[in-house]
Write a protein that binds this ligand. Sequence first.
Ligand code: GLN
Length: 469
Amino acid sequence: SAVRSAINALQHYKVLNTLTNDCFDKALETEQQISIEKKNNSPLYGRPILIKDNFCLRDTLTTCASKMLANFRAPYTSTIVQRLIDHGCIIVGKTNMDEFAMGVASWGAFGPVANPWSLTKTTMTNVENNKTVLHVAGGSSGGSAAAVAANFVSIALGSDTGGSIRNPAARCGCYGFKPSYGLLSRLGMVALVNSFDSPGFFARNIDDLIFATNAVAGPDDEDATLLSKPFENFKTSNELSKEKKKIIIGLPDDYDVNTLSSEYRLCWQDLVHRLTETGEYTFKRVQLPYTPYSNAAYTILSSCEIASNMARYDGIKYGYHTKNIDKNKDTYEDILKKTRDESLGERVRGRILAGNYYLLEENYDKYFVQSQRVRRGVMNDYKKVFEEDKIDCLLAPVVSNDPITLAEYEQADDIFSEDDIFTVGANLAGLPALSFPVRLSSKGFPIGLQLIGPFLKDQELLSTAYRIC
Ligand code: GLN
């Protein structure tokens, strides 16, 4: 059975650490049940899928890879997950990620996800003992990306706030699609940065991305930030018109940063040459002058929203609660401090602290308001190139170099990643973006690139992706 094969693969390659928790028994049971009932003709019917562990599934653990939520069972199911279930998807497990989706290594409280491309010896069983030979899978949705790339399942759900779908998709060598902000419901997805968060999928082909997105997109009364317009299904490969109009693709000079390795730059240029030769594409160099400031704006705005979102983790309503209490002496603040110190990682605490600092009355104008201006600048940059330069989409890198080993990553301290420069723009502006695998690097790691399209031109972006990939 499909579910049985997925479970076998997940168990066999446990070393990749793609799951935070599984629902194998329930999945097998569901498979049996639905094969008898066969309720609909969805292309997703009966397919095993994985969901990132920041989406709620009723009565199952939703940990966000944090000790804070290690024992938290969701009291309800997120809209998107419910729609997948209604289409006949069978959830096999929850995928590993960076703690609360902050980061680019998918390394939270339950250890790191390993990149499937560095798995040379199948005798490896434990990620902890092989950190010098295993590499980072990207993040924060690395468990979903690795599981799809390694063929454990064909579709997995993730979330993209600053690149968390596109980054691990590029690192692991699969497709990752972040739709326009407002198309997919965020109800039941643990909030990181509400104004940037977008759910989205991983798959090994674009049709699967579309099947999954079509199944879940569209209005939801429970999410007021969603577009109220009814969603029109995206077309799959056989529904697209065969007529080929010439596509104009923008190459943003400002994404050609000096941290981009020559090999990754060459891969980008080679694809441009290859596509130019077909005669179906015109390439235009374009300027997005706010790009150098986009990481700073993302850092500040995301930290501010994180600081207010994380206030709910006080260890009282739910989640981890310190046992180390001195009943005669400890105040509410003392208990709160101990609870958070013991259960939240350094990156999470760092961002909460930074966010509260930026939000101080005397700093608010200097940081928060100024960053909102930069955000507006980034949005206008995109608008200008799409409207004035008349380009259909942008082609850009996703990461700058091959992944480092888990051991190397452990030594590095990164509260924010430099590679975010390639991905955060689409989130600041709410644009659709899709990362796709191009080729392998000389060391044998997948190199991915991304297409970024105008707001709500998701269909056009997907159609272009079909032609290019
Ligand atoms: N690298 C980004 C960050 O650390 C990714 C966040 C995301 O998309 N969830 O904030």
